[in-house]
Design a protein around this ligand. Structure first.
Ligand code: ADP
Ligand code: MG
Length: 697
C-alpha cells in the first residue's frame, strides 16, 4: 500500500466531510479517531426497510415498516418541546408520526411524497401513532428530489452527541472514497476460492448492504478474516512446536501393555482404548505430545492418564500428575496407589501443608529419580521442582488452561516433556479449535458400562420437606450418602443465596438432627479437608454440606443424592460437574436443585440442566445462553478478544478458517510467499507475542 493511501486512511475524523470538530470529539471518545476507525465501526444491526406491512397488519409495540403518502403535517410547541406531526395516508388507514425536537425531519416533507415509516406503532383511534419513526423517502416520489433508497439502514452503536442519521450521512460521504483505499490481505484467488468479498466491497456492503445476502457475505468476510488470522498463528505455533521442540520418545510395547492392564480392575472402554492409542502414538515421537483429552464427567479419564504415566515410567522417565485442588490430588494419589499396590513404581505426593522435612525428602527423591510418579496440585508448576527426567506432564480438569498458560510451563531441561491436558468440561468444538487450537484433541464420549442414570428435579421451596424426607429415608434405609451443595460459606448481605452455615444450622437442628453431617469448604485447612473427605468416603459422614470444592473429580460411589441450593448461582458447566459426583455406584443418582430466582438466563440454564446429562449438549447450550465471551472468554485463555467473530454463532466459519489456515501453513510454513506477506504481518502484529511465535520463517 502506498504511504499516500495509508495517510489518507489515517485522516483524523474531524477533518472528514460532515463530521466537524464537535462530532469529531464525540467520536473520538468511543475510540473512533481516524477515517479507518469509521470504516470499521460496523453496524450492530440494520433497519430492514424491505420488510414492510400493510397498515391493517400493524401490531402494537413491534418495530414495523409501513408505506404511504404524506397528507399533511403540523408543527407546534408543547411542554415536551417542539413537536412535529406527519399524517400519512397508508391506503386502508392512517399513521401519525410524531417527533419531538427534531427539526430536521420536517425538511423534506412535501405533499404526496411517498414515504416509509419504521418504528413501533400504537393504535390511537383513528390513527396508528409512531413515535420518532425512521422515515425513508421512496423512489417513486413525485417531486423527484433526492432519494434515499437503501433497503437496509445501518444501526450503529452510538455515542452521545452523534445520531444515527449523522453517522449514516458521514458514512455515505466517506465510503466511496475511503473503502477503496483499504488494503486487501488475501490473495485474489484465495478470495474467489473461499467465497470472500474483497475488502472494499465488504466494507461498503457491511454499512449499506443491498440485500440480506450481502449482509451475510460481508459479515462472513470479516469474521473469516479474524478467525483465519488466529488460526494461522495457531497453525504456525503447532508447526514450530513440532519442528523445534524435542522430547524423549516414550514408546510402548506388548509386554508394557500387558503389565499395565493387569493393574486395572476393569476392562477399558472403547473410548478409553481409542484415547490411549492416540496418546501412545504421540508419546512414541521425538516431538512432545500436546494433546487435550476431553471426556465427560465420569468417562474414566484418570485411568487413561495412569496408563500414559506408566508407559513413561516403563521408559525410565518421570511423570507428573497435576490436579486443580488438593482434594482431587489426594484422591488421585489413592487411586494410583491402590492400582499400583506391590509394584515397584514409586508414587510421591507434592501437596500444600507438607512439613518442610517431608517436602525436602520428597524433592530429594524427585531429583534423584527415586520418585517415578509425582502427584500434586498445580503449585508444583510454580515451585521449583528438580525433576530428574520428566517425560510426561498430565494436567487434570483444566479448561482454563489456554495457549498462554501452557507456554509458561517450561522446564529447564534439554528435552520438553509430553503434555496431556484433561478436561471434563466438554468444550464446544468452535471453542476448542480456538482456545486449544494448537492442541491435538482426543474425545471420549459416553461412560463406562454399568453407569447409573441421574434423575434431576428442579424443585420449588415448598417441595423441600418432601425432598428431605426422601433423602433421610434413603440414608436410613439404604445407607446412601448425600451431598448438599451451597454457593457461599457465610451469609452475605450482597448475595441473596443460601450459605453453608445457614443450611448446616437448619439441617442439623431440623430434619437431619441425629444424622452425621460434615461440612467442607475452601477455607478449611488441608488436614481438615482431608479428614472430612476420609470420613465421607468411609461412610462416617452421611451428609456432606459443601461448597463447590467438590465440583471436580470427587469420586464417592455410595453418595447418590445431591441437593443444590440457590442453584441459579451456578453456571451450567458447574452444575454438570457437581451432578457428576453422583450416580457413580450401582444405583441411580437423584439430584434436586432449589432456586428462588426467576431470572431468565438462570431458568434457561436450569431447564437445560434438567433436560440432559450429556455434557457436550450442555456445553453447546451454555455457549448459546451465555455467549462465547463469558464462559469460554478467549481472554482468560490468553487470546485477545475477538472484535467481530462470535464462537457460538460462527462455529462453522471457525472450522473452515482452521482447515484453510492449516492448509496454507502446510504449503508455506513461514508464510514466505510474497502473496502471504500481509496475512503474515497482520497475524504477527495481533498474535505474535501472545502465541510466543518469535521469528516466523
Ligand atoms: P473422570 O473422567 O470424570 O475423571 P474417573 O476417571 O474419575 O472419571 O472415572 C470415574 C469412575 O469410573 C471411577 O470410579 C473409575 O474407577 C470408573 N471407571 C473408569 N474406567 C472404567 C471402565 N473401563 N470400566 C468400569 N469403570 C470404570
Ligand atoms: Mg477426573
Amino acid at each position: 500500500m502506498s504511504s499516500e493511501k495509508l495517510d489518507s486512511l489515517y485522516t483524523p475524523v474531524q477533518f472528514l466531510k460532515g463530521v466537524g470538530s464537535v462530532r469529531g470529539e464525540h467520536l473520538n471518545r468511543i475510540g473512533i479517531k481516524r477515517a479507518y476507525d469509521l470504516l470499521f465501526n460496523f453496524p450492530r444491526d440494520y433497519l430492514d426497510l424491505t420488510d414492510h406491512c400493510e397498515v391493517t397488519q400493524l401490531q402494537p409495540d413491534k418495530i414495523q415498516t409501513v408505506a404511504g403518502i404524506i397528507e399533511s403535517w403540523e408543527s407546534r410547541s408543547t411542554r415536551r418541546g417542539k413537536m412535529q406531526a406527519l399524517f400519512v395516508d397508508c391506503g386502508a388507514g392512517f399513521v401519525k408520526a410524531l417527533w419531538f425536537n427534531m427539526p430536521f425531519v420536517v425538511r423534506d416533507f412535501a405533499y404526496h411524497r411517498r414515504v416509509m415509516l419504521t418504528g413501533k406503532a400504537k393504535f390511537d383511534h383513528p390513527y396508528w401513532i409512531m413515535m420518532h419513526p425512521q422515515i425513508t423517502y421512496l423512489a417513486d416520489n413525485e417531486d423527484g428530489s433526492e432519494i434515499e433508497s437503501d433497503p437496509f439502514l445501518p444501526i450503529y452503536p452510538l455515542t452521545e452527541g452523534v445520531k444515527q442519521y449523522h453517522l449514516r450521512k458521514i458514512m455515505r460521504e466517506i465510503l466511496p472514497e475511503y473503502a477503496s483505499k483499504l488494503e486487501e490481505v488475501f490473495p485474489q484467488d484465495f478470495l474467489a476460492a473461499h467465497e470472500l468479498l474483497p475488502i472494499a466491497e465488504a466494507v461498503k456492503a457491511i454499512h449499506f448492504p443491498a440485500s440480506k445476502r450481502e449482509i451475510v457475505l460481508a459479515k462472513r468476510r470479516f469474521v473469516y478474516q479474524e478467525l483465519f488470522i488466529l488460526q494461522l498463528g495457531l497453525a504456525i505455533r503447532r508447526l514450530q512446536h513440532r519442528t523445534k521442540l524435542k522430547a524423549t520418545p516414550l514408546p510402548s510395547n506388548h509386554s508394557i501393555d500387558v503389565r499395565i492392564r493387569q493393574r486395572f480392575p476393569f476392562q477399558l472402554t472403547e473410548a478409553q482404548e481409542n484415547a490411549i492409542k492416540e496418546i501412545l502414538a504421540d508419546m512414541s515421537q521425538a516431538t512432545p505430545m500436546n494433546r487435550l483429552l476431553q471426556g465427560d464427567v465420569g468417562s474414566g479419564k484418570t485411568v487413561v492418564a495412569i496408563y500414559a504415566m506408566l508407559v513413561a515410567v516403563a521408559n525410565g522417565s518421570q511423570a507428573v500428575f497435576m490436579a486443580p485442588t488438593e482434594i482431587l490430588a489426594r484422591q488421585h494419589l489413592r487411586t494410583i496407589n491402590r492400582m499400583l499396590e506391590n509394584s515397584r513404581v514409586n508414587v510421591v505426593p507434592l501437596l500444600g501443608g507438607q512439613r518442610p522435612t517431608e517436602r525436602a525428602a520428597i524433592l530429594q527423591d524427585i531429583s534423584s529419580g527415586a520418585a517415578n510418579i509425582i502427584v500434586g496440585t498445580q503449585a508444583i508448576v510454580y515451585g521449583e521442582v528438580p525433576f530428574q527426567k520428566l517425560g510426561l506432564v498430565v494436567i487434570d480438569e483444566q479448561h482454563k488452561f489456554g495457549v498462554m498458560q501452557r507456554a509458561a510451563l517450561k522446564t529447564n531441561e534439554k528435552f520438553d516433556p509430553h503434555y496431556l491436558v484433561m478436561t471434563a468440561t466438554p468444550i464446544p468444538r468452535s471453542v476448542a479449535m480456538t482456545v486449544f487450537g494448537d492442541l491435538d484433541v482426543s474425545v471420549m464420549r459416553g461412560l463406562p458400562p454399568g453407569r447409573q442414570k441421574v434423575v434431576t428435579y428442579i424443585s420449588n421451596p415448598e417441595d423441600r420437606a418432601k425432598w428431605w424426607d426422601f433423602v433421610a429415608r434413603k440414608i436410613r434405609v439404604n445407607r446412601w450418602q448425600a451431598y448438599v451443595v451451597v454457593p457461599l460459606v457465610e451469609e452475605s448481605e450482597n448475595f441473596d443465596a443460601r450459605s453453608l452455615n445457614e443450611v448446616y444450622e437448619q439441617l442439623s437442628n431440623g430434619v437431619f438432627a441425629g444424622f452425621k453431617i460434615g461440612i467442607l469448604h475452601g477455607r478449611m485447612s488441608s488436614e481438615e479437608k482431608d479428614r472430612i473427605m476420609f470420613d465421607f468416603r468411609t461412610g462416617e459422614i452421611e451428609i456432606l454440606i459443601a461448597t463447590t470444592v467438590i465440583e471436580v473429580g470427587v469420586d464417592v460411589p455410595n453418595a447418590n443424592l445431591m441437593t443444590i441450593e440457590s442453584a441459579e448461582r451456578f453456571g451450567l458447566s458447574q452444575l454438570h460437574q457437581l451432578r457428576g459426583r453422583i450416580g457413580r455406584g450401582k444405583k441411580p443418582g437423584y439430584c434436586t436443585v432449589f432456586t428462588s430466582n426467576q431470572n431468565d438466563d438462570a431458568q434457561k440454564r436450569l431447564a437445560a440442566f434438567a433436560s440432559t446429562s450429556d455434557g457436550f449438549k450442555l456445553a453447546e447450550e451454555d455457549l448459546k445462553i451465555r455467549g462465547a465471551g463469558d464462559l469460554f472468554g478467549t481472554q482468560q485463555h490468553g487470546i485477545p478478544p475477538f472484535k467481530i467473530a462470535d464462537l457460538s454463532r460462527d462455529m462453522e466459519i471457525v472450522a473452515e478458517a482452521r482447515k484453510d489456515a492449516i492448509e496454507m501453513v502446510t504449503s508455506d510454513p513461514g508464510l514466505a510467499n510474497p502473496e502471504h506477506a500481509k496475512l503474515r504481518s497482520q497475524m504477527l502484529k495481533r498474535y505474535g507475542a501472545v502465541l510466543n511465535l518469535g521469528d516466523v520463517g
